[in-house]
Ligand binder design. Structure first.
Ligand code: F6P
Length: 343
């Protein structure tokens, strides 16, 4: 069996651990591996590198991806699907393991369901917004990085009686804000799914001030829309609205100052949340995901995505994983927000 591997979308701590797990277990099963460089672009352009045990030695702890990544969408053009089929044949592939989020796995699903290619998916995204798996690898690393930063922002915020607005990643789903806000003791948590008004946020900060606490930590997802209808309508290759150039965290800090006075500062954590070594949990989860993907190839169980259910790594149809984005349910958010706002 000749097996291709690719990593697509935003990079994520644990990608290399998946590649290593899949190659090590696949090699034991007698598979030969080839890496496709830069996500789906690597398949379309037949841009590859060999992957064997030596090539994946020492990468378990490394952030990023040794295969590179891109947001190339083959289905953007009408011939894209057929070009993928041709490239698959040209490269002599028997199977492909696609490691990615909603967009990458959406392409994987179509290549399997509509064009009959032997594809397996592995769920990756720091956003944790893929259905069918309890967690995607990389998510808890991003949360830990955000928590480490917010711990530090508590002490400087408190020393200066400032409001610190911490903007974390999460365009459509607020999981990073929710968990990092909860774990770091943030006072206000704002997520795209449950937009709080500026008045609500200011009322909570004012209530803290009345109780004698001069500072506050507000954690906000980058995807929160403060003004409905704002933005220039620009979209990426997958049709997702691009975020406004002005950071929502900075805008919120300015508005808090204007509405209730005092000093407010914004900290945009940005790509630091995606960089560097994965946590132990993510190294382990990613390795188990890679191993399971190799197993599925051996079994010929294509069109499936590996998934974590409780403490077991299993698999589900790719179609189930990409049908609905996993967003934060209202009751989950309410319970966390209550703790954050508590006295
Ligand atoms: O991969 C998911 C993600 O990290 C989102 O949280 C974020 O909105 C987006 O990618 C950023 O994308 P880029 O690195 O292309 O700016």
């Amino acid at each position: 069996m000749r097996v291709g591997l690719l990593t697509g979308g935003g990079d994520c701590p644990g990608l290399n651990a998946v590649i290593r797990g899949a190659v090590r277990v696949g090699t034991d099963h007698g598979h030969e591996h080839v890496g496709l460089l830069g996500g789906w672009r690597g398949l379309l352009q037949r841009d590859t590198r060999p992957l064997d045990r030596d090539a994946v030695a020492g990468i378990l702890t490394r952030g990023g991806t040794i295969l590179g990544s891109s947001r190339t969408n083959p289905f953007k053009s009408e011939e894209g699907g057929r070009e993928c089929v041709a490239a698959f044949a040209d490269l002599g592939l028997d199977a492909l393991i696609a490691i990615g989020g909603e967009d990458t796995l959406g392409v994987a699903r179509r290549l399997h369901d509509e064009l009959g290619l032997n594809v397996i998916g592995v769920p990756k995204t720091i956003d944790n917004d893929l259905s069918g798996t309890d967690y995607t690898f990389g998510f808890w690393t991003a949360v830990q990085i955000a928590v480490d930063a917010i711990d530090r922002l508590h002490t400087t915020g408190e020393s200066h009686d400032r409001v610190i607005v911490v903007e974390v990643m999460g365009r459509h789903a607020g999981w990073i804000a929710l968990e990092s806000g909860l774990a770091s003791g943030a006072h206000v948590i704002m997520i795209p799914e449950q937009p709080a008004s500026l008045d609500d946020v200011c009322a909570r900060i004012t209530a803290r001030r009345e109780r004698g606490a001069g500072y506050a930590i507000v954690v906000i997802s980058e995807g929160v829309v403060l003004d409905a209808g704002a933005g220039d309508g620009a979209v990426d290759e997958f049709g997702h609205t691009l975020l406004a150039k002005a950071s929502v965290g900075e805008t919120l800090a300015e508005r808090i100052e204007a509405q209730i006075g005092g000093e407010a500062r914004a900290v945009v954590l940005g790509h630091v949340q995606r960089g560097g070594t994965p946590t132990a949990f993510d190294r382990s989860l990613a390795t188990r995901f890679g191993a399971r993907a190799a197993q599925l190839v051996s079994e010929g169980s294509y069109g499936r995505m590996v998934a974590l259910k409780g403490d077991t790594v299993s698999d589900i149809p790719l179609s189930e994983a990409v049908s609905v984005l996993k967003t934060v349910p209202e009751d989950v958010y309410r319970r966390v927000a209550e703790v954050a706002a508590g006295r």
